[in-house]
Design a protein around this ligand. Structure first.
Ligand code: HSE
Length: 450
């Protein structure tokens, strides 16, 4: 079998062989990076990383880099059954056959590196347990935050901490759109189109703009920090497609910026976890993460605030995270150990089932944009319903007689801390009033401790 030696150092004592399943953008990036920095990495590792085989269903398509034909196969089994391969790098994405390939590789005693967030968010528990059972490592740094070392930070650097909270921007596409709406104006639809033309959004954007991708990443973080299983269906998820130009403008006037935030907060007996557009003070670090960047604000009980920022996607940034996992595992292989750092913070034996706080129990501040008939007494009818539901108003804005599409004028209110259940009940009652001319827009506000 042809062997590609990425570094040419003949004095290397050990060679670590990898097999790549999935020759897409990230796979191409991994090969490019190993070629570009292979010698540097080999010097740091004290061993050569050898790319032994690449499997993909399409091995004819040009990836813009020269690859010896003999390295390519359409049959993943050529990698899974190759006794020389130490690490299987799964970069094909999707649930199946990726899940089966990973479990088979582990069953064969091979270590695994993956960037597959959807798979880990739904089958992470099974995969992590399989790694423990077979005494192999699993690296998944690239699955959350692209190049940002958030997994390593939580699992290793912050190991002495109880993680009190994580607030994060984990979807570059949504952040790009919201940043552009904020800085240059424009409706969600117009800016989405621009983002698609620039290649910053997929032609089918649902996964990104409806928060599905971000919810997968939040589920992985939750499982990492707090327990074994989070059902995606139990996570409250709301994307950015309902955010209007006027909400962005009102947010600015109130001193906020709108960001799609993944939030996890440790409460007394439960974890509060949610993913939704959030108004945050304009001077908060997260409010200043713009364009397609990702960022994580992690608060540990000893560390206090830790902030991580970087590219959450892209060929070379993501490849950087994948290769970092390969090197970590290669180091363990050289020492003859595995599982030194378990996939999650908690040891597999002592892991607990995570208890998520029911979403209707969360308490936060709220922004409402009502669309109402401009008549005497409207404000008092709305405020009396809010009062009856234990919701206290903090600010009110009405801009003269600014008309909304379809008639009506906007009235904006922000509240002090209120319970989600009470807010929903109040909005249901308000939206039934004859003076209300459109569905009320709600955006949650985080002012402190996030
Ligand atoms: N589609 C994701 C984003 C990148 O827009 O951030 C891959 O996770």
């Amino acid at each position: 079998m042809a062997i590609e030696r990425i570094t040419g150092n003949k004095t290397m004592k050990k060679v670590i062989s990898i097999g790549l399943i999935g020759f897409g953008t990230i796979g191409t990036g991994v090969i490019k990076l190993l070629r570009k920095n292979g010698e540097l990495i080999a010097g740091r590792l004290g061993a050569e990383i050898r790319l032994q085989r690449i499997a993909d269903i399409d091995i004819r398509k040009s990836r813009g880099i020269p690859v010896d034909d003999s390295l390519l196969t359409t049959n993943a089994a050529d990698i899974l059954n190759d006794p020389e391969i130490d690490i299987v790098v799964e970069l094909m994405g999707g649930y199946e056959p990726a899940r089966t390939f990973i479990l088979t590789a582990m069953g064969q005693g091979k270590h695994v590196v993956t960037a597959n967030k959807a798979l880990l968010a739904t089958h992470g528990d099974e995969i992590f347990r399989s790694a423990a059972q077979h005494g192999v490592n699993i690296g998944f740094e690239a699955s959350v935050g692209g190049t940002i070392p958030v997994i390593k930070t939580i699992k290793e650097s912050l190991i002495a901490n109880r993680i009190q909270s994580i607030s994060a921007i984990v979807n570059g596409t949504s952040n790009f759109i919201l940043s552009k709406m904020t800085d240059e104006g424009g409706s969600f639809e117009t800016v989405l189109k621009e983002a698609q033309n620039l290649g910053f959004a997929e032609s089918d954007p649902v996964y990104d703009v409806e928060g599905i991708d971000a919810a997968h990443k939040l589920a992985i973080l939750l499982s990492l920090c707090y327990g074994k299983k989070v059902h995606l269906d139990d996570l409250y998820r709301e994307g950015i497609s309902r955010i209007g130009e006027q909400d962005i403008a009102f947010a600015r006037e109130l001193g906020y910026r709108v960001k799609l935030l993944a939030i996890a907060i440790r409460r007394e007996t439960e974890i509060e976890a949610r993913l939704h557009p959030t108004m945050i003070p304009f001077d908060h670090l997260l409010a200043n993460v713009n364009g397609n960047f990702n960022a994580f604000h992690i608060v540990g009980d000893a560390s206090d605030s830790v902030f991580l920022y970087g590219q959450g996607a892209g060929m070379m940034p993501t490849a950087s995270a994948v290769v970092s996992d390969i090197v970590d595992i290669a180091r363990d292989i050289r020492k003859g150990i595995a599982g030194r750092v378990p996939p999650r913070v908690l040891d597999e034996e002592t892991i607990e089932k995570i208890q998520l706080m029911p979403f209707d129990q969360i308490r936060t501040n709220y922004y409402f944009r009502f669309t109402v008939a401009d008549l005497p007494g409207v404000l008092s009818r709305i405020s009396s319903i809010l009062g009856a539901n234990d919701i206290s108003i903090a600010t009110v804005i009405q801009k003269g007689r600014m008309q909304m599409q379809g008639g009506g004028v906007p009235i904006v209110m922000t509240t002090y801390k209120a319970r989600e259940r009470d807010v929903r009940k109040a909005l249901e009652d308000i939206d039934r009033l004859d003076i209300v001319m459109g569905k009320t827009i709600l955006i949650r506000i985080e002012d402190d401790n996030f």
